[in-house]
Design a protein around this ligand. Structure first.
Ligand SMILES: O=C(O)[C@H](O)[C@@H](O)[C@H](O)[C@H](O)COP(=O)(O)O
Length: 252
């Protein structure tokens, strides 16, 4: 049963805990990779930091292994990045390089690390030829208890950005203050966006994002892919205040 309220293609899936959510997320990544494959085109996937790193590092490698898939044709990018050295514990790319990449088969994905400033147009043209705004096959986003996603924070002027595809922020309310982030035009151009949120600390904000109708929507509520699909993967604690129909996944 698919959840059908809200935007036409939005589906909200609820899992008992992150332990069940992780393998389902890994399957979704593989499905999207298979759908994108062929024609010499890379499967482009953007990942976020925070608790997602642990979930993907735990559940994606076994899924890749059991499906005997090669990630060599994948292009892995980051939805946002904290501007710290790669070896710093706050570095999102550093965390994926330490925890996920060594567990994937070799040759692994091509990894697009964030430039310290907005991406030069030439580089973007090489990676996403012919596209004015990069169209990712899949973006995996988190959401903070304040409703931020990527490094797009409530009330921040970056929410109005229309031109840049990657923007710098120097006053992030969540440390560290200096970050770069994909902008809303890129998030909303993706073929699929999946939000992942677990834990009780997200329950109240998820009710606002998924059921609210606010004049000034929270950043995560502004992610409505124009022609792509929008998925939400939640655990029961995060979903506990929701009254919209959801797709419940139980342990078999
Ligand atoms: O830089 C970051 O912190 C992330 O990229 C950020 O957008 C994250 O996805 C959310 O804050 C949710 O984080 P948690 O899943 O750890 O709560």
């Amino acid at each position: 049963m698919a959840a059908t309220t809200g935007p036409a293609s939005r589906r909200v899936s609820v899992f008992p805990s992150p332990q069940e959510l992780g393998p389902a997320l890994a399957q979704l990544v593989l499905e999207r990779a298979a759908a994108a494959g062929g024609g010499g085109r890379r499967f482009s996937v953007g990942l976020s930091g925070g608790s997602l790193v642990e979930i993907l590092a735990r559940d994606l490698p076994p899924a890749v292994a059991s499906a005997a898939v090669s990630p060599a044709g994948w292009l892995l990018a980051f939805c946002d990045e904290r501007l710290v050295p790669p070896e710093h514990p706050d570095s999102t790319a550093g965390a994926y390089k330490a925890q996920l990449l060594p567990r994937l088969p070799v040759p692994g994905p091509r990894v697009l690390t964030a430039p310290p400033r907005a991406a030069p147009r030439r580089r973007r043209r090489r990676v996403f030829p012919g596209e004015d705004i990069p169209v990712f096959d899949l973006l995996v986003l988190g959401v903070g208890p304040d409703g931020h996603t990527g490094s797009l924070f409530p009330g921040h002027p970056l929410l109005q950005e229309k031109e840049k595809i990657v923007a710098a922020i120097t006053d992030s309310p969540k440390p560290p203050p200096e970050r770069i982030t994909l902008t809303l035009p890129v998030l909303n151009a993706a073929r699929m966006v999946v939000f992942v949120a677990t834990g009780e600390s997200k329950a109240a904000v998820l009710k606002r994002i998924l059921e609210g109708d606010e004049e000034n929507p929270l950043p995560a509520a502004r992610v409505q892919p124009r022609s792509g699909q929008l998925r939400w993967f939640l655990d029961e604690s995060a979903a506990k205040e929701l009254t919209i129909p959801v797709e419940k996944h139980s342990v078999l």
